[in-house]
Design a protein around this ligand. Structure first.
Ligand SMILES: [Zn+2]
Length: 359
């Protein structure tokens, strides 16, 4: 699984690189030293979902995105079926978009345009072994709730077997894919947006010179306070973990949660994190959990003055430029900058476990 390739194009960021690492599965991937661990961790998170669960090859990226939006909307609508709530997403470690009761299943099928069935009588005649067999496949793939209504169960079995046509089967399987794999995962990514975000991450780390680097399986950032931070891939949501290198060899974890990060491509979240940690003396005013690490040590200010200080305003501007609405005036730019920082404001209510096991 871990062969090195001399020279080639990274399957994640599209940059030409040396010493690419190979992943044999998923059609063969080659990954550069920036992307390798992030992609691997993402593949690990989604490995339970079998390869046959994938978007309809005849659907465009926009159509798939549109379908995902529908499920995000359904999940956000109260009183219309049961869907995963934010707390549950943290407990499960991933954002599950699938239905959680029969009512939600019906809404989900409607959203997919699969609710209607031309000959309803057929549902009464599906043998129970076939229903069991098909629904077991769903369960094994990670579908959390299976409907109890016998007609609904028969309907799903027919859809999965392709008895209602290949087009409907593919549409249904696309739905399953969207419920199980978020667009912040490698397998669910928008290829161009993902590649750009990881290219940007490499540019930013380069521009920060000796204060940021890709080290083995983490990104190392030295803050303006003199603190050294590590951003590592993490199996659960939010998919990364930040720690501070301690002098005693212990690396205390800092809980930084990206609020509304689902609106941002994953590599951009890492860019914002790198910049926030680089600017830690300023960021700490907005991120409570970081403040303890930055202001807790009285020597930090002294060390900070000795550090080379690169002007990173242009990097912030580019990071902000990737946000939905563009062209800010100077006043507005500052507000936006605040919002990016606030994106990492910790929401302690969502966290039960503070410390993470080391890989
Ligand atoms: Zn790469």
């Amino acid at each position: 699984m871990n062969m090195a390739v001399q020279n080639g194009v990274c399957s994640s960021c599209d940059y030409t690189s040396v010493n690419l690492k190979q992943v044999r599965r998923w059609g063969g991937l080659e990954l550069c030293s920036c992307c390798n661990y992030w992609v691997r961790m993402s593949l690990r998170r989604t490995k339970r979902v079998p390869a046959w669960i994938r978007p309809d090859p005849d659907m465009s990226g926009d159509e798939v995105t549109e379908m995902r939006e529908k499920f995000l909307q359904l999940r956000g609508t109260h009183g219309r079926g049961r869907w995963a709530e934010r707390r549950m997403i943290f407990e499960m470690g991933f954002a599950y978009l699938g239905p959680l009761n029969d009512n939600a299943w019906e809404l989900a099928l409607s959203a997919l345009g699969l609710r209607e069935i031309s000959n309803g009588d057929v549902l009464a005649n599906v043998p129970s072994e076939i229903i069991e067999e098909e629904l077991t496949k769903l369960e094994r793939s990670g579908i959390i709730h299976l409907p109890s209504n016998p007609f609904l169960r028969a309907h799903l079995a027919l859809l999965l077997r392709g008895d209602l046509g290949l087009t409907k089967k593919r549409r249904f399987v696309t739905g399953l894919f969207l419920w199980l794999i978020g667009d912040d995962e490698f397998r669910g990514r928008d290829e161009d947006a993902w590649a750009k975000s990881f290219q940007f991450l490499q540019e930013v780390v380069n521009d920060l010179g000796d204060r940021a680097d890709f080290v083995d399986n983490y990104i190392r950032v030295i803050g303006s306070s003199g603190n050294a931070y590590r951003i590592r891939p993490r199996p659960h949501s939010p998919h990364y973990i930040v720690s501070r290198e301690g002098e005693d060899g212990k690396n205390p974890t800092i809980c930084i949660d990206p609020i509304n990060a689902h609106t941002v491509v994953f590599g951009d979240i890492l860019v914002n994190l790198v910049l926030a940690l680089y600017d830690d003396q300023i960021s700490a005013r907005h991120i409570d959990t970081l403040a303890r690490h930055v202001f807790g040590d009285p020597r930090a200010g002294h060390l900070g003055r000795q550090r080379r200080n690169v002007n990173i305003e242009h990097l912030w501007r580019r990071a902000l430029g990737t946000m939905p609405d563009d062209q800010p005036g100077p006043q507005e730019a500052f507000q936006r900058w605040r919002r990016v920082i606030d994106r990492f404001q910790t929401n302690l209510a969502d966290w039960n476990e503070e410390e993470e096991e080391e890989e």
